[in-house]
Design a protein around this ligand. Structure first.
Ligand code: ADP
Ligand code: MG
Length: 677
């Protein structure tokens, strides 16, 4: 760095504080924003009450004391339209910084004080008027003590041509063209010396993709290795059962469902083992997608198993699958822990000799005594509720069966792609048409009576409702008491309504009993802590009241809300806040129904999430790429990585070697992934 003209020891040290050590670093020290001088307000048009940005030359400066002893720095600026007075109270030191003749940018509100006067929020010294050409886009660089933005700009302006000329583009030309990317040199010119803000952004995107590519190469290579030696079953689309199901479905599949089925069939017809995650909010119709996968196994003379985290959910799956496959002559089996010994034995025999082709169950499926005749596909619902061992145990019941995981907890795309770039995921976004809509309302304590009156009326009219209370660990006892008190007081207030209570202190059997009573309609209003099962399907329940919504995470609120809106009726989710002040985050929540958007909001809120059953930190630091804004670039980088590896898995071809070297320089531990032999 010190070899560059204009950079001495002092400046080199200042650059180091900005993370700029080499010439290469300097080249990639990108502006964090731009000022479009063509959108700047002419001074004559800056009116009192406006908030504007102006660019002009400093005419005079001075420091004026006020009566209160506060010293104010003043400057008068001029542009071709007129002049503008600016005042910086308490910033007399600016007297040494801002001097007549300089070209500066100021931005802030214009007020009236003996005439128009701006109180700048922002001050950027652009340089001497000589190097200012109007209409130019001015890059603003991250700066530091002893190294101003202006100095960085001058150094880059001076050296950019020479440095950029030497910047190599590591992407093979045909691939670069296929992805429609500019060459690195042009991208660098675009960011440092932009013709327009859009031009600069296009350049930045190219550089960001390069930055993301290294990690995606590692992830894609890890995925390749995981699959080698993971030969699974190569299924054939025989179009018997799968086609029959399609013909017998009572409704049309959504476009998302069709796409997911295509992706799953694609995996299953390959030799490599499938390991795919199907993500979709509650009610998006994951079950039928899983059923298509299971029938593909069946029509290849393999068995398929679906494992659910609770008996209730297993029964629910069993009931809906049975209905769907009845016309096909397939009879599913249900295997639960609570079956009698004789029934269990009979069920196990049918599984072992292959008479049962499709089985639904709980973790009872992974018990030692259970053996399959020929297990080809394993589907795990709400996979994060199972431990790794339980999942593995089910997979080991077959000879490398394909695996499909279902989850109603969407993983934000930015996280999925940086952390789990090797994860194959299919996504169901849209809900099937004709399903009930959930309206979300925010209510304050003033509305309390009306909200509960509404719950009571719902019960009177034959509907059902949930009333949910938070449980915070530190005060669990008190919280439970709150739920108990609520259930008791509703029971006394409403002698004509059947009220039930579930909470985490009940044992699974008791809890199951209450949930069953609610499902069967003998309980009309269910007071609950957050233990209501994910995926529980009580179509008649159309109202959910959530007390203290402030105390829930957004993702959790979304999961809760998914329990209603499952029937024909219009459904309501009412957030009953503890105070009259409704936080902005709850307003944002009430306005969207998109699980992925909420997952992003939730992630931003917590900076980490309990995803895939493990706590993951929210992001990886990149210099150029920013999340979630650049999420689309991640997919592009991933596609690029896969394309590169597809035809040269170890990146040993001459044209690919520099890419490999760069990636390994950034991720040295990835070395093992690219070692030959
Ligand atoms: P998830 O498991 O994703 O929460 P389910 O698979 O339980 O959702 O489906 C929710 C409901 O939607 C079920 O009653 C199912 O029968 C119904 N369903 C699924 N796909 C469609 C579709 N394409 N059109 C109409 N209804 C559908
Ligand atoms: Mg489900």
């Amino acid at each position: 760095m010190q070899f560059l003209k204009g950079i001495g020891e002092k400046r080199a040290q200042a650059f180091e504080r900005l993370g700029v050590v080499t010439v290469q670093d300097l080249l990639f020290h990108l502006p964090h924003r731009y000022i479009d001088a063509s959108s700047v307000t002419p001074m004559a048009r800056a009116r009192v009450g406006d908030d504007v940005a102006c660019v002009g030359t400093v005419v005079t400066t001075g420091v004026l004391p006020t009566r209160k002893g506060l010293r104010i720095f003043h400057a008068v600026l001029r542009d071709s339209s007129g002049t503008l007075e600016c005042a910086w109270p308490g910033q007399a030191f600016l007297d040494r910084v801002v001097v007549p003749g300089q070209l500066v940018l100021v931005a802030g509100p214009v007020r009236f004080y003996h005439g128009r006067q701006m109180a700048p929020r922002e001050l950027v010294i652009l340089g001497d008027p000589a190097d200012a050409d109007a209409g130019r886009i001015i890059p603003i660089y991250p700066a530091t003590d002893g190294l101003s933005h202006k100095q960085i700009r001058a150094i880059l302006a001076q050296h950019l041509d020479a440095m950029a000329a030497l910047a190599p583009d590591l992407l093979p030309e045909p691939l670069r063209r296929r992805f429609g990317l500019p060459v690195v040199r042009d991208a660098l010119f675009a960011v440092h010396r932009p013709v327009s803000v859009i031009d600069a952004e296009l350049g930045r995107r190219r550089l960001a993709i390069d930055e993301l590519l290294d990690l995606q190469l590692m992830l894609a290579r890890a995925r390749q290795i995981a699959r080698e030696g993971q030969r699974g079953t190569q299924f054939d689309v025989k179009r018997t059962l799968t086609t029959q199901l399609r013909e017998h479905l009572p409704w049309e599949l959504t476009a998302d469902q069709k796409q997911a089925i295509r992706e799953i069939f694609d995996d299953m017809t390959k030799v490599e083992r499938m390991h795919r995650l199907l993500m979709g909010d509650v009610g998006t119709g994951k079950t039928v997608v899983a059923l298509f996968a299971m029938l593909l196994a069946l029509e290849n003379d393999y068995q398929a198993a679906l494992m659910a985290p609770t008996e209730l959910l297993a029964e629910q799956h069993y009931a809906s699958l049975s209905r769907l496959v009845a016309p096909l002559g397939v009879v599913p089996e249900l295997l639960l822990g609570r079956l009698g010994a004789a029934d269990k034995r009979a069920a196990r025999t049918r599984l072992a000799d292959g008479e049962t082709r499709l089985v639904v169950g709980t973790h009872a499926l992974v018990q030692d005594q259970v053996a399959f005749h020929r297990l080809g596909l394993v589907v795990i619902d709400e996979q994060h509720r199972f431990g790794v061992e339980q999942r593995a145990a089910l997979m080991h019941k077959g000879d490398a069966p394909d695996v499909l995981l279902l989850t109603a907890t969407p993983i934000p795309r930015s996280l999925a792609l940086t952390r789990f770039g090797d994860l194959d995921a299919s996504v169901l976004k849209a809900r099937p048409p004709g399903r009930g809509v959930v309206r979300t309302a925010l209510r304050t304590p003033a509305h309390r009576n009306r909200v509960f009156e509404f719950v009571r009326r719902t019960a009177h009219e034959g509907g059902q409702a949930y009333v949910v209370l938070p449980v915070i660990e530190e005060s669990e006892r008190a919280d439970l008491r709150a739920a108990e008190t609520m259930a008791a007081s509703l029971t006394t207030q409403w002698p004509d309504v059947r009220v039930g209570l579930v909470h985490g202190r009940l044992n699974p059997l008791e809890r199951d009993q209450v949930m069953r009573a609610f499902r069967d309609g003998s309980v009309q209003v269910l007071v609950a802590t957050t233990v209501i099962e994910v995926g529980i399907d009580v179509p008649n329940a159309s109202v959910m009241v959530i007390e203290h919504p402030e105390r829930f995470g957004l993702a959790q609120l979304h999961q809760l809300r998914g329990r209603v809106g499952r029937g024909e009726r219009e459904s309501h989710c009412i957030l009953l806040t503890a105070s009259g002040d409704v936080p902005e985050r709850l307003r944002a929540f009430a306005q969207t129904d998109d699980g992925f958007k909420i997952a992003e909001l939730d992630l931003a809120e917590r900076r980490h999430g309990d995803l895939l059953g493990a706590r993951q930190s929210g992001g990886i630091d990149f210099k150029i790429a920013h999340f979630p804004d650049d999420t689309d670039l991640l997919s592009e980088a991933r596609a690029l990585a896969r394309a590169l590896l597809e035809d040269d898995a170890m990146l040993v071809k001459r044209e690919n070697r520099p890419i490999r070297e760069r990636a390994l320089a950034r991720y040295p531990r990835g070395d093992v992934l690219f070692r030959v032999g």
